[in-house]
Ligand binder design. Structure first.
Ligand code: PSU
Ligand code: MN
Length: 310
């Protein structure tokens, strides 16, 4: 079902009406998650990974006030270069529309627009969550709340250790968001495969995920699910290696009074600097890996719908 306020690319529209799998991709990672040109190259590689695995990519952003589903290479290039795009979550998404400006969508905002467009599967790198020190700052990403209310399956490589991972998992549980890990018991920690936190639900195959989604649908559950997909072993960076860097970045951010929506982008940028770019390579690899799983899931889901008698 298409939506009057959205601009959906022909390719994505054709895939949706033809029952082909579609994978939503976010754009904050382009404008606020990585430096140029790694951000552009990653965005294009991720789209390619989706295609290589049998689905159609739909990168999502607000372009001159228009919520746009499926970006041209030209627009991706433009977003990758600009410093002016608004970073949009649920609270401010409509302001970019009201003002007719460019804005990139976080996980929360991408979920909202994906849902409107009828896209059920979304691949990203890492989600926002409960920040370290949140008991004082109250800094908890709107991504978590969105997962509880918007029915999209989000595939990520876990959460970065800039976040408090145990508290992030607690909040997800409180909000009733199923957290599935793919192929292992522990929730992945972004650059490394393992956190010391067990997720409550484990799946080992794409069929397991499809069956779970079908069971939720049959029970009329609303809301998203989160799937943690560990980074491939050959690209992993050991946790201890990142720990010092993250601690330094978090301490500097506190000292400089970084607050609000600047916190996540500031930390991401500082970590790339402090790791001499090593963290970027892993970041790129894990997103492609997530896009691959997402494409296979979207394809299987699309096939399961066409099997249904109706
Ligand atoms: N974590 C990452 N990379 C990212 C982000 C988070 O490892 O690019 C981005 C995502 O778009 C996520 C957003 O939705 O940051 C969360 O921002 P905040 O904490 O301000 O909600
Ligand atoms: Mn925040």
């Amino acid at each position: 079902m298409s939506h009057p306020a959205l601009s959906i690319s022909h390719e994505v529209q054709a895939a949706l009406s033809g029952g082909q799998g579609v994978v939503a991709l976010e754009s904050t990672i382009i404008t606020h998650g990585m430096p140029y040109p790694a951000n552009r190259d990653t965005a294009l590689n991720v789209e390619q990974a989706v295609r290589d695995n049998g689905a159609i990519p739909a990168t999502i952003a607000i372009v001159q006030g228009v919520p746009t589903i499926g970006l041209s290479e030209e627009i991706i290039e433009q977003l990758a270069r600009t410093d002016n795009a608004m970073k949009l979550s649920r609270a401010d998404l409509a302001m970019a529309v009201a003002q007719g400006v460019d804005g990139s969508t976080t996980v929360a905002a991408t979920m909202i627009l994906a849902k409107m467009a009828g896209i059920e599967v979304f691949a990203t790198g890492g989600i926002g969550g409960v920040h370290k020190g949140a008991e004082l700052s109250f800094d908890i990403s709107a991504d978590l709340q969105e997962l509880s209310r918007t029915s999209v399956s989000v595939i990520c490589a876990g959460a970065k250790a800039i976040l408090d991972i145990p508290k992030t998992l607690e909040v997800l549980e409180t909000l009733g968001v199923p957290v599935l890990t793919f192929g292992q018991a522990s929730f992945p920690a972004f650059w490394s495969r393992d956190s010391d936190q067990a997720a409550s639900l484990r799946v080992d195959t794409i069929d397991d995920i499809v069956t779970f989604i079908q069971a939720r649908t049959s029970m009329n559950f609303e809301g998203g699910i989160l799937i943690g997909n560990p980074v491939p072993a050959e690209h992993e960076i050991p946790r201890e290696k990142m720990q010092g860097i993250i601690q330094q970045a978090v301490a500097e951010a506190a000292m400089q009074g970084i607050a609000g929506k600047q916190v996540t982008p500031w930390l991401l940028g500082r970590i790339v600097e402090l790791s001499d770019g090593a963290s970027l390579i892993t970041n790129q690899a894990l997103i492609a890996n997530n896009a691959t799983l997402a494409a296979r899931l979207a394809k299987s889901l699309a096939m399961s719908y066409s099997d249904e008698p109706n």
